[in-house]
Design a protein around this ligand. Structure first.
Ligand code: FCB
Length: 473
């Protein structure tokens, strides 16, 4: 399968997950520093204090990307490196780090895609209410403006928010991500201010007449009804509104979905934090949409659950990864086709997709990850199918370039195409890294040898907390 010329093949990371150097060069605390330090929040009490030490190793990391053949690199800026307390003058050392990183990428002919917010809010802003405080949207606009002034001339792709559903709902409703609240109203309110801040950043970007493009990268969880019953179908509508449309509609259509406004008002009372003019700001035209896709949800109506439905994360007979996440690449094709039908022809970049494997250094001294190769191959194929069906997909960034701090799961889940030995910080490209680099170089997806891998559902060793999903619904 040949991909369109110029298709951007890359890999993604996020600041808190890889940088380490948590207290260096004036970096302030973020909500994830605080959350990780609180006992019981992450597996083994892991934190991003050291992570992959990328802050000190970015040059060799970029060289490795280039040697593998990657064309694009999506990374995030740690807001508390730029504004340690979330406001005021920029910390020059923080800006210098990202300037050097971008320069290195450009020197090695790798296109940078910069995410402004990948969940690490300055703790000082959280102390004033965080994303539940409307003022945080204004602070974000100010921070975005600093970044555009510093790097807007050289960075062609900007993403305002990574996965605002996770940041709002897992952080404020499910309590499994920072800041760890458990209140639906706070979830909806924080989501509103995140998307308002997206609008503020887009306005700052346009004001400067910069040459690049700006968009948002929600994680989309396509929902399928368990049965054809009206109750399951309606619950599926609600799940889709909760995880997907609440974020897509304001940004791409400038309005909230009417059914969800009614549902949320019924659940939490009047949404009086939505003010006149907010939706116009949020709907400022974006240049592209980032799509983070990992899995689907199968939905069954269940009035005993807090959202009125139950999520089935694993359906019988569907292959899963070692963490029990269903492997359903065809749902990515269906999602992309649906996005085009509902939101038009906006260019789309797959900004995340990948999986956990139980990676180990083998007797030959290499890390072989055939399941990840097949997973990425299948999802690249699904994107090709979508393009053949007329979807405007322009690039694909695999999650992740290297193993890293996987939030509440700490270092127990390896998503990387490059293995990281956390004792020595040695990097070892896995088979998937070579596969992905070849694809980037040739733009040609080759069929799998043999019939593909079948994988028995299993579990990682050691104690695992429940999957970070909202399946309590
Ligand atoms: C996404 C996050 C990313 C990483 C992957 C596995 O939800 O955006 O940081 O944790 O999942």
């Amino acid at each position: 399968m040949r991909f369109p010329d110029g298709f951007l093949w890359g890999a993604a990371t996020a600041a808190y997950q890889i940088e380490g150097a948590a207290h260096e060069d004036g970096r302030g605390d973020s909500i994830w520093d605080r959350f990780s330090r609180t006992p019981g929040n992450t597996v083994n009490g892991d934190s991003g204090d050291v992570a992959c030490d990328h802050y000190h190793r970015f040059e060799s990391d970029v060289d490795l990307m280039a040697d593998l053949g990657l064309k694009g690199y999506r990374f995030s800026v740690a807001w508390p490196r730029i504004q340690p307390t979330g406001r005021g003058v920029a910390n020059q050392k923080g800006l210098d780090f990202y300037r050097r990183l971008v320069d290195r990428l450009l020197m090695r002919s790798i296109t940078p895609m910069v995410t402004l917010y990948h969940w690490d809010l300055p703790q000082a802003l959280q102390d004033e209410g965080g994303w539940c405080n409307r003022d945080t949207a204004e602070r974000f606009g100010e921070y975005a403006a600093i970044m555009f002034d510093a790097l807007g001339d050289t960075v062609p792709f900007w993403i305002t928010h990574n996965e605002p559903w996770c940041a709002s709902m897992l952080g404020h409703f499910r309590g499994v991500h920072a800041p760890g609240f458990k209140d639906l109203r706070l979830g909806i309110m924080s989501a509103h201010h995140m998307m308002l801040s997206h609008g503020r950043a887009v306005a700052e970007y346009r004001r400067r007449g910069l040459p690049g493009q700006i968009g948002m990268a929600p994680n989309l969880l396509p929902a399928y009804p368990l049965t054809d019953s009206p109750a399951d179908r309606d619950a599926t509508r609600l799940s889709d509104g909760f995880t997907n449309r609440w974020y897509l509609d304001p940004v791409l259509k400038g309005s909230y979905p009417a059914d969800m406004l009614a549902d949320y008002t019924r659940m939490v009372g009047e949404l009086d934090f939505i003010r006149p003019g907010d939706l116009e700001a949020m709907g400022a035209p974006a240049d592209f949409l980032g799509v983070n896709y990992y899995r689907r949800r199968t939905i069954e109506a269940d009035p005993t659950m807090d959202m009125g439905y139950r999520v089935h994360d694993r359906m019988p007979g569907v292959p899963t990864t070692v963490t029990g996440s269903e492997i359903v690449p065809h749902c990515l094709t269906e999602l992309l086709v649906r996005l085009k039908a509902d939101y038009g022809d906006i260019p789309i970049y797959i900004t995340e997709n990948g999986r956990v494997c139980k990676d180990e250094i083998g007797p030959d001294g290499e890390v072989h990850d055939p399941e990840r190769v097949e997973f990425l191959r299948a999802h690249a194929g699904a994107v090709h199918d979508a393009i053949a069906a007329g979807c405007n997909v322009k690039g694909f960034f695999a999650w992740s370039f290297m193993d890293n701090f996987e939030w509440a799961f700490g270092y127990t889940q390896r998503f990387g195409m490059v293995y990281v030995d956390y004792e020595t910080q040695r990097r070892m490209p896995k088979d998937s890294a070579r596969f992905w680099g070849r694809l980037a170089q040739t733009n040609l997806l080759e069929a799998a040898e043999g019939a593909g891998s079948s994988e028995a559902p299993g579990a990682l060793t050691g104690t695992q907390p429940a999957l970070v999903t909202d399946s309590e619904e």
